[in-house]
Design a protein around this ligand. Sequence first.
Ligand code: KG4
Ligand code: ZN
Length: 350
Amino acid sequence: MNILGIETSCDETSVAVIDERGAIGSNLIASQIERHQPFGGVVPEIASREHLEHLMPLIRQAVDEAGITLGEIDLIAVTAGPGLIGALLVGIAGAQGLAWALDVPVSAVNHLEGHIFSPYLQRSGNAIELPSRFWSLVVSGGHSSVYEVERNDGVSIRALNRTRDDAAGEIFDKVAKVLGLPYPGGPEIDRLASTGRATFDLPLAKFKDDTPDFSFSGLKTMAIRVARQHGLAEGNGDARQLSDFCASFQDAVTSQITDRLDQLWRQRTSTPAELVLAGGVAANSELRRRITEWGERHGVLVRLPEKIFCTDNAAMIAFAALQKGEAGWTDARRVKAFSRGRDRGPKKPA
Ligand code: KG4
Ligand code: ZN
């Protein structure tokens, strides 16, 4: 079985081909970062136009690289949301046209489901076998949640927490912008932090109730204020101080994440066999180190995704469709784009 995956929810056009064991035939990503960089963030209209230009050539190339023909595609998996609505529509329209022409079903995939399962993909060979219960920590530019995944007769996904305001990647990008670093700021902060020491005091956000939810906006505001106070805004200040500031900021974000994992662990009703890390921020070196430590402390196997599967890619979309199985198949006409998580996203607990 060959699954063609299409991902156009944000600023990467990606097309992949995987088989029924999750082995990757191709996984192509056309990044638009350079087109958005002058604006310091993603410009939706530019994103849609770029997807339109790249989608069809990438589909041809992905099929070629996988060594198959279009006629050998059995299923098309496409991201239906959440994301930029105009960008999503380009991928969906492409998937629909192709599905009609090839007379194959479509699987509409929630982008978050893509991230949730992505750590089980491997660059070469079949996907790693999924356990019957695991937690997936998804930290990206738009989302921060821990999901509990159960696999019995199908898959059930339950959000154990959420962010009450900003996402982890979003505050990396916003703080980096104030520091005068290029977009996206996460990798830049990560790079600078590697030579710094966490000497700045950035406190841990706690709610009065014992909710395991994340909240990153207070930390963002505080970090921006501290950066300005120390003359680090707009590329000013000395390199040593900047590295120390980045290390401190990264430490504060990761401390909140492990603190909430501790809380979820204390409140758990069942124990996951594995904890996996997913989403763009899963590329962060300090987070990878601290999550590994967390797993060792709690006796939980930790899986860190290969970096290619952390950021948006179509292999993870095709792989999520594979996990959902035939229950997720639909006629191409029924696929609808949705911009916000709450419309179709894995439900948060009541
Ligand atoms: O998953 P992703 O590619 O797109 C979304 O679905 O949002 O995540 C992109 C986010 C950006 O905010 C980027 O700054 C962040 O992931 N990111 C990082 C690192 N690499 C990417 N954040 C911290 N450290 C990194 N090394
Ligand atoms: Zn993403």
